[in-house]
Design a protein around this ligand. Structure first.
Ligand code: CU
Length: 327
């Protein structure tokens, strides 16, 4: 679970801890009082001397320190819980500058999501997991498959596919038919004899458009926080008077959600910190018409080519400053 150490979970843990503690104390005290002050039971010896009457404060006999503590302790607790809750808001609503984050425009349409890349991204599945390593620089494309069951390689350049067989004796493929053009959408996929996908290497240039209508996932690198600019647009512009409907882009895994407002040219913004690699759901959280329920997708958190997602890079930026273990 990549979000396990985000500020939201730290806040959740702290609230649970204090809620249970306060609950045990309050209910415990309530049951003691119910037993002790029930009808027919003399709760204290010589009760008359305290002048205790139902509905009136015991002015003659009270404990000032205890009564001040009754007010101070809950007040401090509530103020502190409010502050840590605001810290999570601050963390979710502070948008880092574009230079510090990975930027994608998200366009909500009826009823799918489009992802317009504002930055290029080159990523690859973890070679230590798949035993396949793709290396493509200039006109040298090598696919090292030592220790894997790989038999075939497909090179896809802007949607045009070329298939190659892997030299099974050498456990590699060496392809020199293409010069790596970073302005094109390049995908190298490696398969075994049963056509099972083993490994992916991909370069997404600036301007790439991926769409959930085509079954594509949003792909985000794990090594920095990500900023999404959100826009609602009609799915075709034949009617200039129609600007679309409200959607809400929701990433349940990170607890972040933001509206997409039709006609709002500047769009809206959300930010989140991906952490571990994996595939997580995208939902539309605003009813947007007949096929609202179909407006689902997935987000892939991947490692950049040559990097890995092993480190918990998210903790420092999203935490409240505590390690989440101490109360
Ligand atoms: Cu929607």
């Amino acid at each position: 679970m990549p979000a396990e150490d985000t500020v939201f979970n730290v806040v959740y843990d702290k609230y649970m801890f204090w809620s249970i503690l306060v609950g045990v104390f309050t209910f415990g005290w309530m049951f003691i009082a119910m037993l002790r002050y029930r009808d027919g039971v003399e709760p204290v010896e010589n009760l008359e001397k305290y002048h205790i009457e139902v509905g009136s404060f015991p002015v003659d006999s009270h404990n000032t320190k205890l009564e001040v503590a009754f007010y101070l302790v809950p007040t401090i607790l509530v103020v502190w819980l409010t502050m840590i809750a605001l810290a999570s808001n601050y963390s979710a609503w502070t948008i880092p500058s574009d230079e510090d984050t990975f930027n994608v425009d998200v366009i909500g349409k009826q009823w799918f999501w489009e992802f317009h890349y504002q930055e290029e991204l080159t990523w690859e599945d973890d070679p230590s997991v798949t035993y396949v390593n793709v290396d493509w620089s200039a006109s040298d494309l090598t696919v090292d498959t030592h220790g894997s069951e790989a038999t075939n390689v497909t090179v896809e350049i802007d949607g045009v596919k070329f298939d190659y067989a892997i030299d099974l004796a050498a456990e590699m493929a060496s392809i020199s038919d293409f010069y790596l053009d970073v302005n094109l959408h390049n995908v190298v996929t490696v398969y075994d004899a049963n056509d099972v996908l083993l490994h992916t290497w991909e370069h997404l240039p600036v301007g790439t458009i991926l769409s959930t209508a085509g079954g594509e996932n949003l792909i985000i690198p794990c090594d920095e926080s990500s900023t999404l600019d959100l826009y609602s647009r009609p799915h075709d512009d034949s009617n200039p008077a129609y600007v679309g409907v409200q959607h809400a882009f929701w990433l349940p895994e990170w607890g972040v959600k933001e509206d997409l407002v039709p006609g709002l040219e500047a769009g809206t913004v959300m930010t989140f910190m991906p952490d571990d690699a994996g595939t997580f759901p995208i939902r539309c959280a605003e009813y947007c018409g007949d096929y609202h329920s179909k407006m689902v997708g997935f987000i892939d958190i991947v490692a950049r080519d040559g990097a890995s997602c092993a480190a918990d890079t998210g903790i420092k930026k999203m935490d409240t400053g505590s390690d989440g273990g101490g109360y």
